[in-house]
Structure formats: structure tokens, C-alpha cells
Design a protein around this ligand. Structure first.
Ligand code: NI
Length: 167
């Protein structure tokens, strides 16, 4: 495994539409393993392939809705499509490619995604809360969109400071 460089919002690659992943080979597995290491290293909850410079429809989402004693699970979503979404949540959102900035974004509270695993097998997964937010955010990356385009407003320097003090 190896850490990959995370590009930031100025990079054109983040504004392009990603292509379908067609091969479920060692090269994809290497990408997924590297992305997992990169995500963990950056303390994020999700990462899309274009963020590491690869224009393919591949994302990772960390399932954070687990019992305290359980390990968080990393979901590997290849060629993902949202097939159902319900409810609404409004909250602060950030992105590893937009460091230090947060915005208020409206998202569904529950989404079901249909995707392929690293071997090409199709499955469905339903996420709620932060996981639903993260699935939507990462899928937006695959179509070249950043949360800053969807944010109702960005948090001010004062709000960011107040949040940091709470940590
Ligand atoms: Ni992001």
C-alpha cells in the first residue's frame, strides 16, 4: 500500500466527469488499498478516486454508524448509483480537497446505493446520517461537483474558531 497525493479544488481533474470502472483487476485493488490508506492517514470519512488523480467511478465511504466496540467499516463503491433517497438533513460538511473550509449542505437523511464491489459483484447498501451525507458527497465527486457548489453558505472564520474550541 502507498499513500497517494490528494489534489485540491484548484485542480481541473476535480471538475471532470469520471469514467466507468470496467476492469476489476489487481490495478483496481491496488487503487482501493492505496485510497484506504490515504483516507485513514488524512482522518477523513470518504474519498473519491478523482481526489487522488484517477478519473474513475470509484469511491470509499467509512461507515461510522457502528457500536463503540466495533471497527468502522470501509465501504468500497465501484460505479455507484443512488437508487433511493429519503428524508433530509442540514449540516456542516467539509472535503479533503477543500482543506479548512466547511459549508452548510442539505442532504437526504437516508440513501440506498447500488454499486459493484472490488470483484465486480453488484450489491445494495443503505446508509443513514453521516454515512448518507458521505455517500452523496463522494458520488458528487464522480460527476465533477464539490460541496462548495451545493452549500447554502460557508461557515465563517468565527464559526470555525468556535467549533475548534469545542473539540
Ligand atoms: Ni470531498
Amino acid at each position: 500500500m502507498a499513500l497517494r497525493h490528494i489534489v485540491t479544488q484548484e485542480d481541473k481533474i476535480l471538475h471532470k466527469v469520471c469514467r466507468e470502472q470496467v476492469k476489476f483487476d489487481e490495478r483496481l485493488h491496488q487503487l482501493l488499498d492505496d485510497m484506504a490508506e490515504t483516507l485513514e492517514n488524512a482522518n477523513g470519512v470518504g474519498l473519491a478516486a478523482p481526489q487522488v488523480g484517477i478519473l474513475r467511478r470509484v469511491v470509499l465511504v467509512i461507515e461510522t454508524n457502528v457500536e463503540a466496540e466495533e471497527d468502522e467499516e470501509i465501504l468500497e463503491l465501484i460505479n455507484p448509483v443512488i437508487v433511493k433517497s429519503e428524508g433530509e438533513q442540514v449540516g456542516a460538511e467539509g472535503c479533503l480537497s477543500v482543506p479548512g473550509e466547511y459549508g452548510i449542505v442539505r442532504r437526504p437523511s437516508c440513501v440506498t446505493v447500488r454499486a459493484q464491489d472490488r470483484y465486480g459483484k453488484w450489491f445494495e447498501y443503505t446508509g443513514t446520517g453521516l454515512t448518507a451525507r458521505c455517500i452523496c458527497h463522494e458520488l458528487d465527486h464522480l460527476d465533477g461537483h464539490l460541496f462548495t457548489e451545493k452549500a447554502e453558505r460557508m461557515l465563517s472564520e468565527e464559526e470555525l474558531k468556535a467549533n475548534r474550541n469545542e473539540d
